[in-house]
Design a protein around this ligand. Structure first.
Ligand code: MN
Length: 251
């Protein structure tokens, strides 16, 4: 049996007169498939009971990339440079992130996903890096270059972190397609990677369970640009497939 990995969907608007679509980029699905998981797209359903039914079926949760989280979720007023928000998606992802951490269901957050993890557990965000952090790097450089594999800046990984152990290096170059970042770190998370300007680029849970968030887009690198990132997806999917987790689900 392959572990069932839920990928939380974003809302996509193509034409004004068409209903929006729920979905995600193929690279997330590819990365989970390559790692041996069975990917399942989770729509942002509006009621928590239905959301819970979907969540309960999952062996692991992938919080994928996307737009900005509505700042009211972390007690802030909207900044002038706040990007597009998706309140329905917020209302689905924030509870699922909290459930996953509380119940020991493995969770991997990517880009928006690291931000969802942090906000769900009580942290806050920079709403716009260029206008809120002095001398910040160009964290949206890969987006501006229109190249998901463009290596925009270095990461420095914390000793003793899961990520450093998996990647086997202290520093590496990553893509960067974000204008928001973790500000106040949530209780229960620790920072494990930083950009050269000290922006937090990865977090891990303080407990035993698999709780990892990265600000870069490893799903876009693992297929060729930097195959070392396959190890992150493999570790995530493996942690979802352990006998212990299956036993816990059956109980
Ligand atoms: Mn960055």
């Amino acid at each position: 049996m392959k572990p069932l990995i839920g990928i939380s969907c974003g809302t996509f608007h193509d034409r004004d007169w068409c209903p929006p679509s729920f979905g995600h980029r193929q690279t997330y699905v590819d990365a989970i498939l390559r790692a041996g998981g069975a990917p399942l797209l989770i729509p942002p359903v509006p009621d928590e009971l239905t959301l819970r039914i979907l969540f309960d079926r999952l062996d692991g949760l992938l919080l994928a990339g996307g737009g900005d989280i509505a700042p009211a979720n972390y007690g802030a007023e909207p900044h002038a440079n706040l990007g597009t928000v998706d309140p329905l998606r917020d209302s689905a992802e924030l509870p699922m992130a909290r459930w996953a951490v509380a119940e020991g269901k493995p969770v991997l957050g990517i880009c928006r996903g690291i931000q969802v993890l942090n906000v769900a557990l009580g942290g806050t965000l920079y709403q716009d890096i260029p206008s809120e952090i002095e001398n910040a790097l160009a964290h949206n450089l890969s987006y501006e270059r229109e190249d998901w594999t463009h290596l925009a800046h270095e990461l420095r990984l914390a000793p003793g972190s899961r990520l450093r152990q998996l990647l086997g290096v202290e520093r590496l170059l990553v893509n960067s397609l974000h204008h928001q970042a973790v500000r106040k770190l949530a209780p229960g998370l620790r920072a494990v990677a930083w950009a050269p300007d000290d922006v937090i680029e990865a977090v891990e849970g303080s407990g035993e369970g698999f709780v990892v968030g990265v600000q870069c887009h490893p799903e876009a690198l693992q297929g060729g640009a930097d195959p070392r990132w396959q190890r992150l997806f493999a570790a995530f999917v493996n942690s979802c497939g352990t006998e212990q987790r299956r036993a816990a689900r059956a109980a």
